[in-house]
Structures are given as structure tokens and as C-alpha cells.
Design a protein around this ligand. Structure first.
Ligand code: NAD
Length: 345
């Protein structure tokens, strides 16, 4: 407990899609909590995502990189931080194919930096927000699921950097006793997702009656979960997760990309003629599917938002926030966004 009488945690990446949802959800549901939100504000980080809490004194925003170990250490000291939740990352597979270096710097070196601080300051908990992509790909036609004991077999530079980070988390727990847990979640959707990823890109293109570029045959399968359900799981992993353990998070909602694109077009009342199949992403994983029974049993977690409702509300959010879309897609982002690819993660 800090002098302010609050429990204080450091959350990294809290201006991004999942991080901003997490910070807002945590402050709304925990009156006695203060969050030190460290974000480098890369192209994917946006302070507009945090407008709802800009006057909340329990939210302290720090514009910094997590690789700055000295600063992370002094922030933890200054604010009497009890634990760290590491959400910051370079998160987009296509960008990692173009240049892997930022992924090494943020996802691997940044994680090691925060682990070092957690070790040196003997923090109470460390949560590493990882991804199901570290497990590689499942057969498109099988019914197999990723469990926590599925061997890591990352296929993209992005997922390799996340798997490397997971290995460092494991090592810092095993060697230094850092009380760390790892969550591995499936594909998220919801408000404020940067429109390089599949669902927001398709929504925005469909709204403007532009073509909807779909990789390959569009039959790649993902398990889609609403961001708020993921945030609830991260919270529970922080409170109840057993150090050294991994928790898979998923919604038992397997859909192929083409189905998602068709559903978006149908909700928006647009023609399927807008669908345009484009050359597949190199190394594109065929299927991800998650067995989340351990998180349900040990963390008392379950997903609550159905895909039908969550997708409708997400579409409405983008329709109601044209100024957000305009802002995040200004300048260089618009050039990137307008390339003829769909963006999956
Ligand atoms: N989006 C998904 O579907 C999904 C699924 C499973 C796991 N994850 C994981 O969840 C995390 C968040 O994903 P997201 O979709 O919200 O990503 P995002 O790209 O929307 O946000 C990432 C945030 O991290 C910040 N950041 C980047 N580099 C930083 C650095 N060096 N120091 C401090 N901040 C930095 C960015 O400014 C941004 O605000 C990632 O670790 C990702 O691997 C994402």
C-alpha cells in the first residue's frame, strides 16, 4: 500500500488497444487502485484512448519506453508499485515481416527490462500478456486445441519475439524467483483497435464502401474474444494466478476470416462484391484455437460477451467515432492502412 492509501500497479502499453481497455476497466472496478501507465506512444498508442480517465487522479500517465530500466526502477520506487502488468508490445505480424528489430527491442528487451525491475524490487506479481501465436499453427480441419503444454513453435517474427519474452519470464521466475505468470490469449476485437488489424480495417473499409482485401482463400481460422473479456482474465491472472504458471485465454469462438468479413458486410448492409482476395501473407498460420479450461478452473474466469453482440457493438463504436478514426489514420498511418492487405494482428 502506498502513502496515497492506494494499491499501485505499473501497466505498460496502456495507451494501446488492449492496454487502454484494461486500464479503464481496472479503474472502474477497483476504487482503491492507482495505475502508473507507461507507454511510448508509438503509432499504435493514442492518448485519445484514455480520454475517459484523463482527470482521474488514480491514473498517472508516463510517456516512456519500457526498455529504460533505470526509469522503470525509479517509477516503481517513487510510486510504491506492488506489481507490473506488461501489455506493451509491437503487435502487428505484417510489420514484423517488414522489420523485426522493433519487435526484438520492445517485446524481448523491454520485457527483460521490466523483469529486472520486478526482480530487483522484489515486486509482488508480474503478469506477461502473451499470445496464442507462440504455439504456431493448428491443422485447419482438425479439432485440436492449444493447451498450456503445447510446445512453442512460433512462425512469424512477431510470435518469435513474444515466445522469446515468455522464455525470459520463465527464466526469471525459475532463476530469480520473480512471481510471474503468463497469459496467452487468442485474437481480440473491440473498440479502439488500430485499423491495421482485420476487424477494424474491414469495418472502416466497408463503411466507406471500399474494397475489403482478404488474404489467400480467407479460410484462416482464429478464436475471437472481446477485449473486455481478455482484460478480465488479465486482472484475475494478476490477483489469483500462481507464479510460474501459464494461462490460456480464449472464447471458443472459432471463425474464419471470410465469415467475419461477410458478417461485417451483412451488419452494415453492404454488398459482398466489395470482397477482394489478395496474395496471402508469407507464412500465414492456418488455425489457432484455445483450450481455456485451466483459466476457467483456476482463475474463476469465463468470457461473457457473445461474438454476435460484441461485433455489433464494435461496429457501432467505429460508426460513432469518426474523429478517432480520422486522427489515428492521419499522415503516415493512412499510407500504411491504404495498402492492399488486410491486417490480422
Ligand atoms: N490484439 C490481439 O489480438 C492480441 C491477442 C493476444 C495477445 N495480445 C498481446 O497484447 C498486447 C497488447 O496488444 P494490442 O493489440 O493492444 O497492441 P497495440 O499495438 O494496440 O498496443 C501496444 C501499445 O504498446 C505501446 N508500446 C510499444 N512499444 C513500447 C515500448 N517500447 N515501451 C512502452 N510502450 C510501448 C504502444 O505505444 C501501444 O500503446 C501485446 O503484448 C500483444 O502481444 C494481443
Amino acid at each position: 500500500m502506498s502513502d496515497s492509501g492506494h494499491r499501485t500497479i505499473l501497466v505498460s502499453g496502456g495507451a494501446g488497444f488492449i492496454g487502454s481497455a484494461f486500464v479503464m476497466q481496472m479503474l472502474a472496478t477497483n476504487t482503491n487502485l492507482r495505475i502508473i501507465n507507461v507507454d511510448a506512444l508509438t503509432y499504435a498508442g493514442n492518448l485519445e484512448n484514455l480520454q475517459a480517465i484523463e482527470n482521474d487522479p488514480r491514473h498517472v500517465f508516463i510517456h516512456a519506453e519500457i526498455q529504460n530500466t533505470e526509469l522503470m526502477h525509479s517509477l516503481c520506487e517513487q510510486y510504491a508499485v506492488e506489481g507490473i502488468i506488461n501489455i506493451a508490445a509491437e503487435s502487428h505480424v505484417d510489420r514484423s515481416i517488414q522489420n523485426a528489430n522493433p519487435f526484438i527491442e520492445t517485446n524481448i528487451q523491454g520485457t527483460v527490462s521490466l523483469l529486472t525491475v520486478a526482480r530487483d524490487m522484489k515486486l509482488k506479481k508480474f503478469v506477461q500478456v502473451s499470445t496464442d501465436e507462440v504455439y504456431g499453427s493448428l491443422d485447419q480441419h482438425s479439432t485440436e486445441l492449444f493447451t498450456e503444454s503445447t510446445p512453442l513453435a512460433p512462425n512469424s517474427p512477431y510470435s518469435s519475439s513474444k515466445a522469446s519474452a515468455d522464455m525470459f519470464v520463465r527464466a526469471f521466475h525459475h532463476t530469480h524467483g520473480v512471481p510471474a505468470v503468463i497469459t496467452r490469449c487468442s485474437n481480440n476485437y473491440g473498440p479502439r483497435q488500430f485499423p491495421e488489424k482485420l476487424i477494424p480495417l474491414m469495418i472502416l473499409n466497408a463503411m466507406e464502401s471500399k474494397s475489403l482485401p482478404v488474404y489467400g482463400d480467407g479460410l484462416n481460422v482464429r478464436d475471437w474474444i472481446h477485449v473486455n473479456d481478455h482484460c478480465d482474465a488479465i486482472h484475475r491472472a494478476y490477483e489469483y494466478g500462481i507464479p510460474g504458471e501459464v494461462y490460456n485465454i480464449g472464447s471458443e469462438n472459432e471463425c474464419n476470416n471470410l465469415h467475419i468479413v461477410r458478417t461485417i458486410l451483412s451488419i452494415l448492409g453492404k454488398s459482398e462484391d466489395l470482397i477482394q482476395f489478395v496474395k496471402d501473407r508469407p507464412g500465414h498460420d492456418k488455425r489457432y484455437a484455445i483450450d481455456a479450461s485451466k483459466a476457467k478452473k483456476e482463475l474463476g474466469w469465463k468470457p461473457r460477451i457473445t461474438f454476435e453482440l460484441g461485433l455489433r457493438e464494435t461496429i457501432e463504436w467505429y460508426q460513432d467515432h469518426p474523429e478517432w478514426c480520422e486522427h489515428v489514420l492521419s499522415g503516415e498511418y493512412r499510407d500504411y492502412y491504404s495498402q492492399q492487405y488486410h491486417r490480422e494482428r
